[in-house]
Design a protein around this ligand. Sequence first.
Ligand code: ZN
Length: 179
Amino acid sequence: MICTKCGQGIPDTATVCEHCGAEVGEVLPTGELRKPENVMLGIVGALVGALIGGLCIVLFYQMNAVSAISGVLLAFGTLKGYELLGGKLSKVGIAVSAVLILVMPFAAYLVSSGIAFADEVKQYGMELTWLEGIQAFFELLEYDPEMIDAVKSDLLQLYLYTGLGVVVFLASKTKKFKK
Ligand SMILES: [Zn+2]
């Protein structure tokens, strides 16, 4: 392994760096330290991951389910996407991913609701696009406090699962460190 504090090689079994005393949690596997980061590609990767996750949320929502899988997938896919295309997950990567992980579930939820609403009014002979559906959805919220509660609990669930995805990703990283 290589110590991230001082950059010197240390045995894989070491618990602290023998050169500077940094803890092993702070060291990276050999090679990872000097790998250059490609921020642009990383952002593309994170976006692709987030979009796939968002799409899953929209698809699952059409089946009347705030899906655990799509929330987890969104967070994991975003972080993994940045790491895969960007070369490594730096502070920039974490920041970009964090923004996407916060924004994308909400955006996907809005699109889902817009589509669902447009679908529902079809039986009354109204033709709405999903964008108009979102608008109508917001108008409906103003008149129906019960719906606001339902939306809140839907979003809470969604973000819980998204958070779980982050934890799963971090857990997969920690395992790698211990090798
Ligand atoms: Zn060190």
